[in-house]
Design a binder for this molecule. Structure first.
Ligand code: HEC
Length: 94
């Protein structure tokens, strides 16, 4: 409904998608670059997923820092329950 699947796949393929797949994302360790280009590592828990949706440029997943298509922020575009639904959906894609 919000165009996420233009860039993300649910079944592990990255082909023709411009963002990381959601399959197996939740609960896994993620490497990323922060806004000031520092390397970081975090567990993809609910807080990580929430930030990824609302403030995508806060942590850029390693390998996507030179991506042609940056993820747009969905802050203001999604209400709180829509964000929670997306987090639950991604968490279900183990
Ligand atoms: C224009 C393409 C695009 C759209 C549309 C898009 N994303 Fe993204 N998304 C990206 C890219 C590129 C990244 C990796 C760079 C980054 O971390 O910001 C990303 C990263 C993420 C991550 C972190 C992934 C990881 O591997 O750690 C989550 C979660 C996410 N997006 C959720 C969403 C949701 C939910 C939507 C729809 C509401 C959405 N995205 C829409 C391109 C997109």
């Amino acid at each position: 409904m919000f165009g996420c699947i233009a860039c993300h796949s649910q079944e592990g393929t990255d082909m023709a998608h411009v963002g990381p797949t959601w399959k197996g994302l939740s609960g896994n360790g993620r490497d990323f670059f922060t806004k000031d280009k520092k390397k970081g590592h975090a567990l993809a828990d609910a807080a990580y997923l929430r930030e990824a949706i609302l403030d995508p440029s806060a942590k850029i997943v390693t390998g996507y820092e030179r991506g042609e298509y940056a993820m747009p922020s969905y802050a203001g575009a999604l209400n709180a329950s829509q964000v929670e639904s997306l987090i639950l959906f991604i968490q279900a894609l183990k």
